[in-house]
Design a protein. Structure first.
Lengths: 490, 474
């Protein structure tokens, strides 16, 4: 089968626009399947926001932050270090090296796969042709036009900016700018209590900034189950390690004035009460918008849907069946790993294989401390959709491993279809939750039932046992947590 | 009897034999798998059409075989070999038999053991299942409003799992997609109803077997090739009505052996009467006296005289269900697809009342405002393409009904009158009657159609038709 495909695909040109975590896997897969593959991006190498200024550098920084916080917390347990010396230049260098190693590796693989890399900005001049505007600092051999048989739009998204306040723009960062690590401000205001804001706040908090968060809605991490947010919120609001200075909910930034060291911000809450606070830096993380403008889509049959996303079908085909859109530009959830999976689907579809984007579980991780992770159906979504579910929770206070780490601030929960005992969703809050959720995603995707999880031996003592214990809780049979079946579902 | 390689799917002409699952001399049952083959789409098992003894196997593992090629020769009736045993092997055979019997008993015991230990669990599962069915049935009402399929107005017996994803692992889902099986139609045999590759294969086998015996029409459509490779294309999403129509028409086309009869009715007098009476009635009722109202009325009375035509066939139960009500559906072209609103109790309603009701119903049909109930329960359907100039055509039976009448455009034609020995201009209406030949024979259909024609030509005949006592009609 693959042989025939390769023969058919030889000589077919597939161009991928955007080389992020959707675009570069799409290009690699296309090349492996036998397409003549071209990857177009403005950056010198593949990687996109994720590698250059998103997931990878932010998680690298958060790893350092976690070390700092763990060292501080160890003091309570009788393990005291001298005050850490934070060399921002070295850290920045380290971030750049991590990014450089990864993108360098990608670039080498890209060459090996025989993928042509065009540095420039692409826009459709018609549904079979792309006009290319070469990057200013790029090579000269960039073509003006690329004719293609198939195209994959993977242009990603960009951070939404705050309204123009009459202040020095350099004092206002978005997440990417914050990762430049120009300095560690004494005070930092994070506008937006979503995952990007809280992650960046956590990192800068550990590095020494006093962090304040302002969120427009009634809770941090809107959309996430409250019982998963609770351990994080408790820590952020606490006075101990990892605590933020202040958290304002239902509050907007109404105005900003410059002052000697930064920006004075006017905050107004839902009751109309106004506060002013001074910050050296303001970090905005109020959401992301798809990069769907300037692509020349009006020269095709594609028109933008709600929120500026490109509408696609389950094979990620746009209104033009030979043009695909994947990743952030094709809709929520805007997650790198979703884009990567969509790349697989789109390329398989282009190669004429029966395929579909039909995950039962899309895992998501918030890399705060504690981390929050979930996969599949959440309790909140079930409620909204009117799906009857039963929830089993295992609090980490009953986990030997959590105790030994001194991090009992966590919970593991299962969202279950009570008619079949099938696991529909898994949620974890706690230190290292992101590493645990893979098992949850597998359970949901494989259609595991609670019993399957309960009867799988989990290594002791590890945090992964909390998944097994939550399964036991569902049956009212947990060894380490006294409860009954309904006790967990309050 | 020869077991041949059946159709494995469109465009699949040959397959490779992976494994031969039976040996010569084996006794096999109908539907038992004989060989496993691989096509470029999937691996499938080929079942025996009927039980018997395997006389010879005509293919070997690794062979490439064509659709229609003989796989094995199977003697029918549970073993010709056994019926004429040669003397010297008789004893052996009997011993063999005994051994086999013993084995069987052992197996039975084993089964019993398993049953006993599993008994409780199974009971629980059954209970769960009952609960499930009960709940989903209860949920149905609430969900109906939002559920996309609610409008389909059919298969309401299938419990919906609502917004839950398919209960199958990614590899099973990929397999089903590749061989074109909709997992929503597959019953899962795993715990809690989880679907396995085996379940998908079984379903594929059954639907193929069903297609052979004409039991079930559903066959997954072959995916369209990428048509844009040959030039510009445009995609139009199918509306819900369109999709339901597609589904129903392929159901009808593949299950119902259609016969269509044609005859012309002389409607000169009928049209005159309609014009004359219509004027009178219009003073009372704005709807006047529509042709549709008259036709449904005539059809309803004709059905009373020909109850077989008002039947619905239930092949599974082996019976024909005769409806003693007179709900007649009339097809309406909405521009967004075809809908068939149903006029209730036609036999009891006056022509002006029917005309008025139809006027209102057809307007709402075109606006897409019909409720599901208004499109269900018909005994017979009328479809009129006359206004578009069509003459005769071959309408498809609207399941679960048994017959449908197509009305064409009336034309004034020269008709030879024997009495006056000359051609006279007469208005003649082409009628096309399609029916389900599984339970309506050509003669039944011809009688019904001819009765209709005569009734239209001489409406007085309607009065001769004294059916069962009716409620008072005004």
């Amino acid at each position: 089968m693959s042989e025939t495909n390769e023969r058919d695909l030889k000589g077919k040109t597939l161009v991928v626009i955007g080389a992020g975590p959707g675009g570069y896997p799409a290009a690699f897969r296309a090349a492996q399947m036998g397409f003549d593959t071209i990857l177009v991006d403005l950056r010198p190498e593949p990687g996109g926001v994720c590698l250059f200024e998103g997931c990878i550098p932010s998680k690298t920084l958060l790893h350092e932050a976690r070390l700092l916080n763990e060292a501080r917390e160890a003091e309570e347990r009788g393990l005291a270090f001298s005050k850490p010396r934070i060399d921002v230049d070295r850290i920045r260098e380290h971030l750049r090296k991590v990014v450089g190693d990864l993108t360098g590796g990608l670039a080498a693989r890209r060459k090996k796969e025989g993928i042509r890399y065009v540095r420039g900005k692409a826009s459709f001049s018609d549904s079979r042709t792309l006009a290319i505007e070469a990057a200013e600092d790029g090579d000269d051999d960039v073509p003006d036009e690329i004719a293609f048989d198939y195209a994959v739009i993977a242009t990603g998204s960009h951070a939404v900016e705050l309204p123009d306040f009459d202040v020095d723009r350099s004092a206002i960062w978005d997440a990417s700018e914050a990762l430049d690590l120009a300095e560690i401000p004494k005070t930092l205001l994070v506008v937006g209590g979503g995952y990007i804001g809280l992650e960046m706040g956590t990192a800068y908090g550990a590095l020494g900034s006093r962090v304040t968060v302002v969120e427009m809605t009634g809770g941090l991490l809107p959309g996430v189950d409250r019982d998963l947010v609770e351990p994080l919120e408790r820590r952020l609001r606490g006075d101990g390690v990892g605590g933020f200075e202040e958290i304002f909910l239902r509050t907007r930034v109404e105005g900003a004035e410059p002052y000697e060291y930064g920006i004075e911000v006017r905050l107004t809450d839902a009751e109309g009460e106004t506060r002013t606070r001074k910050f050296e830096r303001v970090l905005t993380a109020v959401g992301r918008r798809p990069n769907s403008e300037g692509l020349g889509l009006r020269n095709t049959a594609i028109s933008l849907g709600d929120g500026g996303f490109i509408p696609v079908d389950e094979q990620r085909r746009t209104a033009e069946s030979h043009i695909f859109a994947i990743g952030d530009v094709a809709g929520e959830p805007m997650l790198a790993h979703v884009a990567t999976h969509e790349a697989r689907v789109a390329i398989e579809a282009a190669a004429g294989r029966p395929t579909a984007f039909d995950p039962a579980a899309v895992p998501a991780v918030v890399f705060t401390d504690p981390e929050i992770a979930w996969a599949g159906l959440t309790e909140g979504t079930a409620k909204e959709a009117g799906i009857d579910v039963e929830v089993a929770r295992f609090p980490w206070v009953a986990s030997g491993r959590a105790r030994s780490m001194g991090r009992t601030d966590g919970v593991t929960k299962l969202v279950v279809d009570p008619r079949t005992d099938r696991i529909l969703g898994v949620g974890v809050a706690g230190s290292g939750a992101g590493e645990l959720i893979g098992e949850g995603a597998l359970a949901v995707e494989m259609g595991a039932r609670v019993e399957d999880l309960a009867r799988t031996i989990h290594p002791h003592p590890t945090l992964s046992e909390t998944l097994m214990e939550a399964a036991d809780v569902y049956f009212g049979q947990s060894v380490h947590y006294q409860n009954n079946k309904l006790g967990g579902a309050s | 009897m020869d077991l041949k390689l059946p159709e494995l799917g469109e465009d699949i002409e040959e397959a490779t034999v992976l494994k031969v699952l039976v040996s010569e001399g084996d006794r096999i049952e109908a539907e038992q798998s004989v060989i496993e083959v691989e096509t470029d789409k999937a691996t499938l098992e080929v079942p025996a059409d009927s039980g018997g003894t395997v006389e010879s196997i005509e293919v070997g593992e690794g062979d490439s075989i064509k659709v229609g090629q003989v796989i094995a020769k199977i003697s029918e009736g549970g073993g010709g070999a056994k019926e004429e045993p040669s003397d010297d092997t008789e004893e052996e055979d009997e011993e063999g038999e005994e051994e086999k019997e013993e084995e069987k008993d052992k197996e039975k015991d084993k089964d019993r053991e398993v049953e006993e230990t599993a008994g409780e669990e199974e009971k629980d599962q059954d209970k769960e299942k009952d609960k499930e069915v009960g709940e989903t049935a209860g949920d149905g009402g609430e969900e109906a409003g939002g559920e996309e399929d609610a409008g389909a107005g059919e298969s309401e017996a299938v419990p919906s799992t609502g917004a839950l994803p398919v209960f199958a692992s990614p590899s099973v889902r990929r397999f089903a997609r590749e061989i074109g099986i909709d997992l929503g139609n597959v019953e899962g045999s795993g715990p809690g109803g989880r679907l396995s590759v085996e379940d998908v294969k079984r379903h594929a086998r059954e639907t193929r077997a069903d297609a052979r015996t004409g039991r079930s029409p559903t066959r997954a459509a072959k995916p369209l090739p990428d048509l844009s490779q040959w030039g510009e294309v445009e995609n139009e999403e199918m509306s819900k009505v369109r999709r339901v129509t597609a589904d129903r028409m392929s159901q009808s086309w593949t299950t119902v052996p259609h016969v269509t009869l044609f005859e012309k009715a002389d409607v000169t007098e009928l049209e005159e009467a309609r014009g004359r009476l219509g004027e009178e009635i219009e003073e009372k009722s704005a709807a006047g006296l529509s042709l549709t109202a008259m036709l449904v009325k005539i059809v309803a009375i004709a059905l009373e005289a020909h109850p077989r035509i008002a039947g619905a066939v239930d092949i599974a139960k082996g019976r024909v269900v005769r409806r003693r009500y007179s709900h007649i559906g009339v097809a309406v072209d909405t521009g967004d697809g075809l809908v068939v609103p149903v006029l209730r109790d036609v036999i009891e309603k006056s022509l002006p009342a029917l005309a008025e009701e139809w006027g209102e119903l057809s307007v709402r049909a075109r606006e897409g405002k019909l409720s599901n109930d208004e499109m269900r329960g018909g005994v017979f359907t009328l479809t009129n393409l006359g206004m578009l100039g069509t003459g005769f055509f071959t309408p498809l039976v609207n399941l679960p009904e048994g017959a449908i009448l197509g009305v064409g455009r009336s034309e004034t034609e020269p008709v030879y009158e024997a009495e006056s020995e000359e051609f006279v201009p007469r208005l003649r209406m082409p009628l096309s009657l399609s029916f389900d030949h599984r339970f309506i024979d050509g003669a039944d259909g011809a009688r019904f159609l001819h009765w209709l024609v005569q009734a239209m030509e001489d409406p007085f005949r309607l009065a001769l038709e004294v059916g069962r006592p009716r409620k008072e009609s005004n």
